[in-house]
Each structure stands twice: as C-alpha cells, then as structure tokens.
Design a protein around this ligand. Structure first.
Ligand code: GLC
Length: 459
C-alpha cells in the first residue's frame, strides 16, 4: 500500500471493531434487553422489547386463502397466499409509496394502501369475497392484541402526521370502509421480524429468532412469557408459556451507551436524518444509511485533501446523494479490480478519481459494511446467549443481507466467534418472509379460533 492509501487507512481505522469492543456492545445490549423486558424499567428503556400476541408457530394444519399487506421498506406489497399444510402458493404485487405520501398525512397513507389493495383484489376477481388478512407493519408498535397495534414512533423514511399514538389497524379499516368496494377481515398485525420468524418456522420448526437487515434493522425472538413482564395473557393461553418479543434493537444507543463506538461520521449521518437522535444502532447498520455513511467519510477526507486531490463534486457534498446500492456495486469488484467502483464514482460526478482514490473508496465501503455486519452479529449473539438453546435457527431477511455480496458470510463467522460454543445456530434466508409471515400469523389465528369453537370455548 502506498503512502496515499496508507493515510486513508489510518484515518478510518476507528471503523474497525475488535472482538473486545463487540463483546462490550453485546453486554450492553443484554442490559438494555433486560431493562426493556421489566415492567418497572420499560418506560425509560431505549430498547422497548414489545411483546407481540404471537405465541405459536404454524403446526402444518393451517389451510385456506389469505391476503397480506407489507409496509415498511421502500415499497408496499399486497400478497395473496394459498396455504395447504406445508405447501403454499403465492401471488403478489409491488406498489410504490411516493415520498410525498411517506411524509404526508396518515389518512393519505392509509387511503393509498386501501387503493392498492382494492386494485389488487379487483384484478384477481376477489371483489366480493371477504378474506382473512395479515398486515405487516414494520415500525415500533405497542401491541394491545393480535389485531391492535399502536404506533409509538415512525422510523426509517416515514413521518406521516396523525398516526403516532394511534392503532394502525383502525386507520386501515377506516380507509377501506370509506371506499365501500372491498371487504377484509384483519386477523393479525405483525412486525416484519415476526413475519420472518413465522415464515422460516413454517419450513423449519427450530426457528426461534427473526432478524431484518434491510432499510432498517431489528429482531424478534421467542421469550418465556414470565420474562416478558409487559405481556398479558389472552384467550389463547396455553403451554408452553412463551411469546414472541419484538426487540426494536434499532433504538439501541439512543441513551448514549454506544458512544464509545460511534464516530463523528455517525454524528453527521444522524444530523441529516429524518429522526435525529433516534435509532442510532440502526443508523450504523442498515441500508437506509449505508450510502450516506460512505458519502460523509469520502466528503470529509476530500475536505482534508486525503482523497481526490481535495476536489469533490456537488453531489459528494449534498446529503443523501450517495445511494446505498453503490456500496454493493463497489464491493462486487473482485480484488484488484475497479470497474464497478469507477462506475459508482462517475455517478457521483467524481470521474477524476485516480486508482489510489478508487482503492481507498473500496476500503472505506468494505469497512462500513463489515462494521455493520459485525454489529448485527454482536446483537444476534446476545439473543442466542440469552436464549441458551442447544440449536437455534435464525431467520434472516432484508435487502442488505440478501444483496450485499459478503454480508451473510461476515455474519456467520462473527456470530460464531461471539456466541458461546455450546449454543449452535444456523442462519436461514427467509423467502418472502415479511409478507408471507403475516398471512401465516393470520392462518394460525383462524385455526386457533376454529379449534376453540370446536371445543365450545368461544362463540
Ligand atoms: C425499523 C423499525 C422496525 C423494523 C425494522 C426493519 O427498525 O422500527 O420495526 O422491524 O426497521 O424493517
């Protein structure tokens, strides 16, 4: 490595986290988990550990047609799923959510969702049937029942007015009612992590954890009902007493405990974000912030004349102009090659970058995505060490995990280093997890109601 590249290496060394640092991250996260779980400390906890009302994974006897809605990333999806035990058929359509809707009023957002749903149902001749529906709503919600979820705060790219503090199922029903052309029966509202866990559990009954590394990052896991002090028993109470807990680990660090690993660049990313001061762990990891993180570093080192001969471009100095997809392009260049990196820099109007600059930018991207993978790994290891199971399948989904060329391998290796050797694990890619999982939760609820009716326990 020549002197020029060496300087960039030294300037970005704080992005490389040692196992000691990651173990400290994990120990802190465990403390935060415990604070979130306890009734007394939950109100002041950063990591909220919301109990869901999902207590059962599918048992293979679920059957029928189900609708699912999936809102949470950059797109919105409607799905129609036909279940027959372990088999399923799926049809789905993606709709975009325009930025003015993501930042508009709640009514606009739910009217848009209802429009898309009606369009989907009309096209498939489902106008006059009332199907059970599962709603994946991937934001921090306080669940008050399987079909009641109060949004606590928007995260990621959404900031619609008049939704925080309200039950999102009620808002959805109101928008559908207004149209009067379709009918639905909302059976469940779930987070995407729960959807992922359920859809993996449908294929592998050892799955007990669901992780997302996409636009945002989060995880849920099966907890003993006694440990989840906010959990209140419902009519489906039965043994084993367990419940899925949605950790909302994206908010880890919002109380300052992660400052020992955060950098000035993390501060800058936070400053230009929609939800300043919140979701600090998420901002070090997820796809929504990865490009912006690289941009902050390259811009900073350019200002210090360590890169690009001190000459940037307007795009380089404008927040949010570096797409996270460029990070994947850059890292898909094989060792010693620069084609994709050069292409990404041309998109940023930085064609004057010489080979040293390009290799340095590759190193920066690699350090950012490796740090992200290692931080998620520390968090997954925290869950596995807490669950103390001999063997756990971890369902994983999200664009970063799916499309980044090295993310899976980095995670598998680091989780193994940070988890006690007696607790073995396997990472399982969830196929269409978040949407299909919601339909599965709806299906389990329909089955349970049928069973309770058959026993004469409910009307
Ligand atoms: C954000 C949301 C969380 C979701 C995650 C992944 O962290 O707050 O609910 O699970 O993104 O989509």
């Amino acid at each position: 490595m020549n002197e020029k590249r060496q300087k960039v290496e030294v300037a970005t060394r704080e992005l490389v986290l040692s196992n000691d640092q990651l173990e400290r991250v994990s120990a802190l996260l465990l403390q935060e988990f415990n604070e979130g779980l306890k009734r007394e400390t939950n109100p002041i906890a950063s990591v909220k550990m919301f109990p869901t009302f999902v207590r059962d994974v599918p048992n293979g006897t679920e059957a029928g047609k189900f609708l699912a809605l999936d809102l949470g990333g950059t797109n919105f999806r409607v799905l129609l799923i036909e279940l027959e035990g372990a088999d399923f058929k799926m049809d789905n359509q993606i709709f975009s959510v325009p930025q003015h809707v993501m930042l508009g009023s709640g009514e606009q957002l739910f009217d848009h969702i209802a429009d898309c749903l009606a369009d989907f149902m009309h096209k498939r001749g489902l106008k006059d049937v009332k199907l059970p529906l599962g709603f994946t709503f991937s934001f921090p919600c306080r669940q008050e029942g399987l079909t009641r979820a109060r949004l606590v705060q928007w995260t990621k790219g959404f900031a619609c007015k008049g939704v925080e503090g309200h039950d999102v199922v009620e808002l959805l029903r109101a928008s559908i009612r207004k149209r009067q052309d379709v009918e639905i029966d909302v059976m469940a509202v779930v987070n995407d992590t729960t959807g992922t866990l359920m859809s993996c559990a449908h294929k592998n009954s050892e799955c007990r954890v669901g992780v997302i590394v996409g636009t945002g990052t989060n995880a849920c896991y099966m907890e003993e009902a006694d440990n989840a002090e906010l959990f209140e028993e419902d009519e489906f109470a039965h043994e084993p007493r367990q419940v899925i807990v949605n950790t909302e680990w994206g908010a880890f660090g919002d109380n300052g405990v992660l400052d020992f690993v955060r950098t000035d660049w993390d501060d800058e990313v936070n400053t230009y974000s929609l939800n300043k001061g919140r979701q600090l762990f998420e901002k070090m990891i997820s796809g929504m912030y990865m490009g912006e993180m690289v941009r902050s570093i390259v811009a900073d080192l350019t200002r210090k004349a360590l890169l690009l001969d001190g000459k940037g471009s307007e795009k380089l100095f404008t927040p949010h102009c570096f797409q996270s997809a460029y990070v994947s392009w850059i890292e898909s260049d094989a060792k010693g090659e620069l084609a994709q990196t050069r292409k990404a820099m041309a998109e940023m109007d930085l064609s004057h970058a010489d080979d040293d600059d390009l290799f340095s930018i590759q190193m920066i991207c690699e350090r950012i995505s490796t740090r992200a993978a290692h931080l998620v790994s520390a968090a997954v290891a925290t869950v596995l060490n807490k669950m103390r199971r001999e063997k756990t399948v971890v369902g994983v989904d999200g664009s970063v995990y799916r499309y980044h060329p090295h993310f899976h391998d980095l995670m598998a290796k680091k989780i193994a280093e940070l988890t006690r050797p007696e607790y073995r694990f396997e990472l399982m890619l969830s196929e269409d997890g978040s949407g299909r999982g919601a339909a599965l939760v709806a299906a389990v609820a329909v089955r349970q109601i049928r069973e309770l009716r058959a026993k004469g326990l409910i009307d």
